[in-house]
Every structure is written in C-alpha cells, then in structure tokens.
Ligand binder design. Structure first.
Ligand SMILES: CC[C@H](O)CC(=O)C(=O)O
Ligand SMILES: [Mn+2]
Length: 339
C-alpha cells in the first residue's frame, strides 16, 4: 500500500485571529478553543498577540489579556497539540521568547519582512538553544521574486530554522505565484517548507492547495478563517478538502466543524468575510493587519479607507510601518481640501 501524503497544520486563530477580535481574547475563550483544537488533534496551536509576542501596544492595539496568561491557559488544556508562538524581532525580544518557552511553548516562529531575514539570526539561535522547533516566517512574500525568497530562506536555514514559511501577509499572491515560490524553495533549500495564506482575494484555499502541490508540508489554517484582513485559510474546510484529496492531516473533521460552529462562531462580533477594505488589501498588496487602522484613519480624516490602502500599496509600505497609515491619510486629506 502506498503511504498517504501528509501535511502538518498550525492553527492560527489564537494569534492571527486576534486581529479579528481587536486582541480582546479572554482566558476562558482561549481555554475553550485550545481544548477543542487539542481534541480535534491539531498538531500546533499558535497563541500570542496578533502582531506576535510583545505586540500589545498603542501602535498595534492593546490586548485585553496578557498574552502569557493566554499561552499558559492553552498549554494547560493541551496534551496533544503543541503551543507555538510568533515573534517579530524588534517587537518581541529573546526575553519574551524565553518566558513563552518556560510556560510550555514548544515552537517559535520568527517573522521578518521577506527581504530582511538577517534580522532573525539572534532569535532563531535563541529558539534553537531553548530546544524549540523553529520556523523562519518570510512575510509579505508577494514583494519578492522566487530567487530572492530562496536567498532569504537559505539565511534562515543557516541560522538553524527547521522550517521556512512563505507568508502571503497581504493575501496578494495568485496561485501560479505561490507555485513558483514554493517550487524554487523546494529545489534549493533542505528544510521543510510552509505556507500561510490570507483570503483577501478569496484565494487562500486555492493558494494553499498550490503550495501543497508544489511541495509545502507545513500549512497554516484558522478556524472560521479568523485572521487579519479577510482572515486565513479556513481550517475545518481545509481538513475536509485535504481528506477528499487523499492528503492526511490527522485532524478530526467533525470535531473541527463542531468547534467552528459551537465555540468560535458565537464569540465573533461579526462573521469574518471579504469586505471592500480587505479586498483592496489583496488588490493593492497591503499588510492585512492594516485594514482596521486604515478604517480608523479614514473616519478621522473623512476619507475612503480604500484610497488610503491603495496609496499604502503604491508606497510599498510594510509591516512595522503602521505610523505611515495616519501620515498617508493626512496627506490625502490635505490634497482633497485643495481640489
Ligand atoms: C505578526 C505579524 C503578522 O501578522 C504575521 C502574519 O501572520 C502575516 O504576515 O501574515
Ligand atoms: Mn497572517
């Protein structure tokens, strides 16, 4: 009998999904969701502020609950799933990484802009020293050609990353662009390859399947697609689709659907959908977590948030440059008063 192709899933609703809830998760909600994911046998559950460890701030949005309490709560209810944390060097530090590891986090995902992998060295070394499975997470991968991504992935591999992810932070990639990126990595790097999608152009599932077909074996999903912008690839749907394709995830399809419907849906302020602002994120290639900030700036300056997002895309603004959102809005408002 031939062995079934396997993919390992990381659930990001308790990290990327935090954006959809304006970082207002409570310990009770995290306990319930993590328990359900554990029972459904999801291999990894990421828990942190939406912008990673230490992201709670005026710039990125304040968390309702200290993320270490949330990590502790997730670890306490999981005996199968491993808890992962995400860290952007410069926002989070080795100190927070150590704290998360001491609380029981087993995987560290170190995220950098796709052309700045060199800033991940210290944090990847530290995560490996702490005995954590370590992922290099190349954000905004639509902004670099496959050759550049390979070069950056090789750097992360050289620092000790066990896995390197292509991250479609803006939900801007088209399936053929995912294929060329993952294929180039597959041909040139020796570690496992992962893929993280956003659904702004309604392509999260198609892009995820393209990534798997091209050789990705680590895939991110989010229950009810909770995540920044239009959210991520919907985990419970992905589990069903992969099963139909004969690809094994080890995740219990019925338990994932029940968790989505009975536990996650009731806590959502509004269902996650492709709104006009999230569609424009994908269209203009803008970091998904900018949508809510752009909406607030639009209200303040009496503008259409789409115009702000398009201009941010023109200027190739990247994660970490949230302060540019208000600057761009102010400039657009000034131009508007002069015409
Ligand atoms: C933590 C920053 C960012 O939201 C990571 C991510 O999920 C992405 O780039 O899509
Ligand atoms: Mn994301």
């Amino acid at each position: 009998m031939t062995e079934r192709q396997k993919v390992l899933l990381t659930e990001v609703a308790l990290r990327d999904g935090s954006h959809a809830l304006s970082h207002q998760y409570t310990v009770q909600q995290v306990e319930k969701i993590a328990k359900g994911l554990n029972e459904a046998k999801v291999p990894y559950i990421e828990v942190a502020h939406g912008d990673g460890l230490a992201g709670s701030s005026l710039q990125y949005g304040r968390s309702k609950t200290n993320e270490f309490e949330l990590i502790e709560a997730a670890v306490a209810v999981t005996d199968f799933s491993k808890v992962a944390v995400l860290l952007i060097p410069g926002i989070g530090t080795v100190k927070e990484l150590k704290q998360a590891q001491q609380l029981g986090a087993k995987m560290a995902r170190i995220a950098t802009h796709v052309t700045e992998a060199d800033v991940s060295a210290q944090h990847i070394y530290a995560a490996k020293e702490l005995g954590m499975e370590t992922v290099g997470f190349l954000m905004m991968s639509h902004m670099a050609e496959p050759e550049k991504i390979v070069e950056q992935a090789k750097l992360m591999e050289s620092y000790g990353a066990d896995i390197v992810y292509v991250v479609d932070s803006a939900g801007a990639l088209l399936p053929n662009q995912v294929t060329t990126r993952i294929k180039a990595m597959k041909e040139n790097i020796g570690v496992e390859i992962g893929f993280h999608a956003h659904n702004n152009l309604s392509l999260a599932m198609a892009n995820t399947l393209a990534a798997i077909e091209a050789g990705a074996t680590r895939i991110d999903g989010s229950v009810r697609c909770l995540g920044a912008g239009a959210g991520n690839t919907q985990t419970e749907v992905l589990v069903g689709v992969l099963d139909r394709m004969g690809i094994e995830t080890g995740v219990d399809f019925y338990k994932m659907m029940d968790l989505a419907e009975d536990v996650v849906a009731p806590i959502l302020p509004v269902p996650q959908e492709i709104t006009k602002n999230s569609l424009v994120l994908g269209y203009a290639g803008v970091y998904s977590s900018f949508a809510l900030h752009a909406q607030r700036a639009a209200e303040k300056f009496n503008l259409d948030a789409r115009d702000i997002l398009i201009e941010l895309g023109n200027r190739k603004v990247v994660g970490g440059q949230e302060d540019m959102i208000v600057d761009v809005a102010a400039e657009l408002a000034k131009v508007k008063t002069f015409v």
